[in-house]
Write a protein that binds this ligand. Structure first.
Ligand SMILES: [Zn+2]
Length: 253
């Protein structure tokens, strides 16, 4: 959905309750408005509604291959994360926060030098706000992070993931205007809220399918333990960790 189409849809969704209100009374008009707003909120959690789209959530493969994505870096544990990945001969896709890249540009460069891929995870990671931003503010959040990543590592990320995955009607159009693509996930262990390594890894392993995109985070003590354990489980299950071409093709150097 383009930005213009999103505006038109919003205008329609706000005009219809007014018409209903004028024709049938305030209460029916109010009821229709509540239903429409519930629909808009539902679309944030179920983005396939209203044409927001899910982006890339898995990739095609004939083998036992998965892709690991790691959100919220660069953080103090980046060197350890990279060392664990190296040890397992695995490459990952890192969704970086622009403000953190600005503080630690060398870590951003180190990720790229290790053969990993970068994605944009907004400038400030405004978890509670990003889903409510208008197009111009979303542009600033995304372009700001891109500028920091480009400055730090000389790469231009064309992949994007919203904070906690919450997007609104405008996001697809904003990404299209910026020439970017949305990346979701198909397997996660809720490592953002659960610090129990066993539980997190077993949730991920239970939901794995060939071509799965796994969501992980970095920055807290249990995150490195989760990564280490997950890589061991994947190895013993015969899974290969790869960055598929569909995701590599979107970072220009
Ligand atoms: Zn995040």
């Amino acid at each position: 959905m383009s930005i213009r189409a999103a505006w038109v849809l919003l205008a329609v969704l706000h005009t219809i309750p007014v018409i209903v209100g004028l024709r049938f009374g305030m209460l029916p008009g109010l009821a229709v408005m509540v239903v429409f707003h519930l629909l808009l909120v539902a679309a944030i959690f179920l983005p396939v509604l209203l044409g927001i789209g899910c982006g890339v959530r898995r990739f095609h493969t004939d083998g036992r291959e998965v892709c690991i994505t790691i959100d919220d870096g660069p953080t103090a544990d980046t060197a350890e994360v990279l060392s664990i990945l190296d040890h397992a001969n695995a490459k990952a896709l890192f969704f970086l926060i622009g403000a953190r890249v600005a503080e630690e540009p060398a870590l951003c460069l180190r990720i790229v030098a290790g053969g990993h891929e970068l994605g944009n995870h907004t400038m400030t990671h405004a978890t509670a706000l990003f889903w409510s931003l208008l197009p111009s503010a979303q542009m600033r959040e995304i372009s700001g992070a891109t500028a920091e990543i480009e400055r730090a590592a000389g790469v231009y990320p064309r992949l994007f993931r919203a904070p906690v995955g919450f997007r609104n009607l405008f996001n697809a159009g904003v990404l299209r205007a910026l020439g970017m693509r949305y990346v979701g996930w198909s397997a996660r262990g809720f490592d953002g809220i659960d610090t129990n390594v066993e539980r997190v890894v077993s949730r991920i392993m239970r939901s794995l399918q060939p071509g799965a995109i796994i969501l992980l985070h970095q920055g807290r003590p249990h995150h490195v333990a989760v990564l280490r354990r997950l890589l061991a489980e994947l190895h013993s299950g015969g899974w290969s960790v790869v960055i598929p071409e569909v995701l590599r093709a979107h970072t220009l150097r």
